[in-house]
Design a protein around this ligand. Sequence first.
Ligand code: UDP
Length: 486
Amino acid sequence: MEQREETIVIFPFMAQGHIIPALALALQVEQMGYKITLVNTPLNIRNLKSSLPPASTINLLELPFNSSDHCGLLPESENTDVLPYPLIVNLLHASLSLRPTFHNLLSGLVRGGAPPLCIIADIFLGWTVEVAHELGLFHAFFSGAGGFGLACYTSMWLHLPHRKTDSVEFTLPDFQESGKFHITQLSATVLTADGTDPWSKFQHGNIPFWGESDGFLFNTVEELDKTGLNYFRRKFGVSVWPVGPILTSAGHTVSTGQETKFSLERYVEWLDEKPAKSVIYVSFGTQNTISASQMTQLAKALEGCEQYFIWVVRPPLGFDINAEFQAEEWLPEGFIQRNEESKRGLVVVKWAPQVEILSHGSVGVFLSHCGWNSVLESLSRGVPLIGWPMAAEQFYNVKFLEEEVRVCLEVARGTVFEVRCADIEEKIRLVMGEGDRGKEIRRRACEVKDMIKDAIRVKEGFKGSSVKAMEDFLNAALLVKEKTRV
Ligand code: UDP
């Protein structure tokens, strides 16, 4: 690998679901010979320090951030790992206060004669484009969300309000053909937004910055996600580089201090004993949980369908997400012990090594909230999904995966949805069973796995679309650097 002199500064938004793909991007670009500086708030930097592979020389830089200075906007601690979704908006507003320190950091580098080649910032940190351009630096946004999901999400925020929608079915003006939506596919935040609430204020301040950047890096694949990517090309008139999937490799997940009672070996041992594709993996990501009654129905379904399962649980809605998990209160009597003893199911509190689990050949389906990292981790291993979207762009991800990509079946929506165990069981049987529907979904998941592999393949003169997109992005940044030198 040729070592290069240029530094790339990467600045993710301060939540686990954003930091995980940003770290994976940083490691990938480091592998290409570039120096990397990863910027974030102190607690996240501390967690990142223990997550870097030993050979990595990524420079981790703290931006001072005191969340308690923000008029009670955030809880006392800066623990954003498990911030419940409604509090994210506070963190979004608070992140605007990082602008002066970020400016100082970059201007120090420029003054010191070592200007970075480019700034790659999270889509939620729109203001970074002004800071970069003030200093004559190339700037790109990085979206850890997929093209279609983020396109719908953006369009929803740009066409408020939706509660005046007359019918339960509506079509997004930007998506005449693929954009028929049902009112239940709107998260509560979009549905109640009218332009004056904190969410709309943030989005309307942030989204306009997107058109000012030099471009968008997307953690997705052109062949998979064209509709959404073309929306960004059309709407914002900027370059769009789909460079995905940028995946955390097994063993390099970001440490969150949430490790559970099982060692990795224990999962592998447990999975090794199960037949190929026989296990359901259930997880709702880092920010979401379901209601207590939904939890009961899901537990009954997992026992009722008589499949093996690994379920990552968190306290149900209404309880502190960091609280101790009270199995006797929130799960059917004896659920954990019964399933552990019969070796039918593992219940894991808070955190499981997801990438390693999905990489194991015994996993047959992922019941997921369909956050985009989870989707990519699943599909790149050919594991189909059962979708239960909770928030943000997850509703559109599930629609896309079910209707366009055909690798997913939706089972429920959000936390107020009245889900019945029989419905969950039915979806599990459909996806895992021998019927035509299940066979077709599993066949498609394998096809998509190959499509994803092709996008990152470099062999005998062939370069996949994501490899080319990454080259195009770096060449665009290098060209600007050359021009500024002249
Ligand atoms: N994750 C994990 N173990 C868990 C829960 C989540 O390793 O128990 C990782 C998962 O592999 C993924 C990320 O956390 O990389 C979650 O990102 P996603 O976009 O799926 O959802 P979010 O948490 O942002 O809603």
